[in-house]
Each structure stands twice: as structure tokens, then as C-alpha cells.
Design a protein around this ligand. Sequence first.
Ligand code: NAD
Ligand code: UFG
Length: 343
Amino acid sequence: MKLNSGTLLITGGGGYIGSHTVVQLQAAGYRPLVLDNLSNCVPAVFERIEQISGQPVELIEGDVRDSVLLERIFSRYPIDAVIHFAGLKAVGESVQQPLRYYRHNVQGSLTLFEAMQRHGCKRLVFSSSATVYGPAATMPVNEQAPLAACNPYGRSKLMVEEMLGDLAAADSDWQIALLRYFNPVGAHPSGLIGEDPVGVPNNLLPYVAQVAIGRLPQLQVFGDDYPTPDGTGVRDYIHVMDLADGHLKALQALTDGHGCVPYNLGTGRGYSVLEVVAAFAAESGRPVPYDIAPRRAGDAAISYADPTFSRQQLGWRASRDLAEMVRDHWRWQQRNPNGYPTE
Ligand code: NAD
Ligand code: UFG
């Protein structure tokens, strides 16, 4: 089966990971149709994608929970496969607003899968997360490790993974890749697209970038008493372009009899918070002042992937190192100090 030049539905294609994946899909000759409700992206992202690829983005503005709209989309377009990014992703917010998370992430997914089933479109790449392994997992973690999400966001991902496992068990025509992302960072090397968080960033790299550019005064390092070499948390940061390439490899792997298969998308190497801060200061030439704050509730000490299975099965491996991640993130930050233009 060859999917190249096929029409793909990309839910959440205006978001951070989706936008980089759309660029790579266009470059590879696919026709990505984006379904996005613009709740966490702005229309400018689509102009930027067009600037990079030279190809227009076909945007359907709407919600993945809207079954009437999905019915229209699947009736109108010959969709070969779906990449499902759309959803909410802030762990802390999910603890405060669990029902909203289950509605977007679980009900949204269910509505989408039902529409796919009705139309016989049974190839899917799903955005899952390393958070499904839970904070007590042994590192490096492989896909066979026990699953134990510990907050509503993580449970929403786990529920969808389980739903998809049941679906593939019931109907062997379904071909599903569950992509468990580690910590996506960086930006397209053009500096035209990148991560544009609303308000104060939750995640390390966008926070550090905003300190370096002068939008935030200093970083709080959440804990320096973890059992790690320098006491700060260790994560498997992965360049968003490597992640985007992983989606193309996963799509190509969706061949007959694939079933529902989880893949880690990580580099296999962990960096501490202080190593990231040092790398950012070195690449940007700007100071990144920080102080040590208490541990953040729910944080694991160490999280990094065993990417062996993805390498063997998908022929994929991350090729960009921390310096490149930080350099590309900084380029994006410098060229867009306030994120995407909003008008
Ligand atoms: P993002 O918020 O930048 O992108 C999500 C996109 O989906 C946004 O453009 C938003 O407008 C859209 N959207 C949200 N709810 C929608 C709905 N109900 N209908 C239609 N569109 C909707 O997030 P991202 O960082 O690009 O993450 C993409 C996916 O990857 C998410 O499912 C997220 O949970 C998962 N993930 C992200 C990370 C990370 O650190 N960024 C890590 C692991 C997994
Ligand atoms: N950190 C700080 N200060 C900050 C922000 C983060 O010290 O201001 C530290 C954290 O304590 C952690 C590391 O930087 O040690 C990385 O934190 P992030 O918030 O960037 O990333 P997480 O690993 O906590 O979370 C990410 C995604 C989640 C996902 C999780 C597991 O944001 O959605 O990975 O896959 F659930």
C-alpha cells in the first residue's frame, strides 16, 4: 500500500506539532486537509506554512466533536488516513477541569473514530504521550512497560489508546499507530513556525526562551534534589522536526494487518533542566537567570525513551541534537518575540 499523494485529514493541524507535520507532509507529496477549531492556534500559522512549502493549506475550521461536520468531510473528500492531533494538553488544567479534558480528548476522539468507521477510513496515527507510562516507570522505558497515567490528561490519552486497542481487536481492517511523544521542542529551521503558548508557558523550553528574550524575568527550576546527576529533572527532549518525520514513517508503516501498535518517539537520551538552561544560554548568547523552587507536583525525576522499537519497525530515529533544538527554538523566538501575529 502506498499512501503518497493521498489525501489525509489532520485534526489539530494548526497547532505546534501539527503545523510542523503539515509542512513535512506537503513536502512529501501528500494532500493534508486540516481540521482545527482555532482554539489554540491563529490563522497566521497557515500563511507561514504556505510560505515554507509554497503550497496552500486547505483549512476546515471546525471541531472534531462535531459529527455533522465530520460526516460532511468524509463524504466530500477521499481521505486515506487521519492524523489526530486535536486535543487539550495542559496537565495542570486537566486536574482543574477534568470533564472538559474528557470531552475534548475522549469524546472528540470517539466522534472522529465513529465517522472514520462509517466511511471505511481505518488508517490512523494518534498523538499519545509518554505520560501514559506514569511517573514510576523504569527508564529508559519501552512500549511494553506497564501503563499508569496519573492525571486526567494522561488518563484521557490512555483511554483513547485502550479504545483503539479494542477497535483493532474487533476489526482487523483498522491500522493504527499510537505515537507516544516524549518532550517536543524546537521549531522549523526557517523560524517561521514554532510553539506559541498562550499566557505564561508551562513547559521548560518556551519558558527559558521567554526569559532569554526578556519577556519573563527568570526561570524557576522545579526542584534540585532529584536523584539525578545535578539534582534537576531529566527529560528526553526531541526536535519537533524529528517528531514530524516520525509521523510520516508511521503513516508509511500502516500497511495491511498492522493492528494497533504503540511507538515511542524520543531520542533515547535525557538532559537535565540545568543542562537545557546552559545550552540555551550558549546558543542565544543571552543570560538565563534562574532560581531553585520547590518540586512541581506530579513531576517524575527522570523520563527518557527506549526508541529501539521505533527504529526497528519504522526505520525512524531522531537525528537532531540538543544544540540544534535550542538553536531552532531561539531563532523562532527571536523572529517572533510575541509569537504569531494575531491580526
Ligand atoms: P497544540 O495545542 O499546539 O495543538 C492542538 C491543536 O488542536 C490546536 O491548533 C487547537 O486549536 C486544536 N484543537 C484543540 N481542540 C480541538 C477540537 N476539539 N477540535 C478541533 N481542533 C482542536 O498542541 P500540540 O503540542 O501540537 O499537541 C498536539 C497533540 O500532541 C495533542 O493531542 C497533545 O496532547 C499531544 N502531545 C503533545 C505534547 C507536547 O508536549 N506538546 C506531548 C505529548 C503529546
Ligand atoms: N521545569 C522547570 N521549570 C519550568 C518548567 C519546567 O524546572 O518553568 C522542569 C520540570 O520540572 C521538568 C522539566 O523542566 O523537570 C520539563 O518540564 P516540562 O513541563 O517542559 O515537561 P514535562 O516533562 O513535565 O511534560 C511534558 C508535556 C506533558 C506530558 C509529559 C509527559 O508537557 O504534556 O511531558 O509526556 F504529559
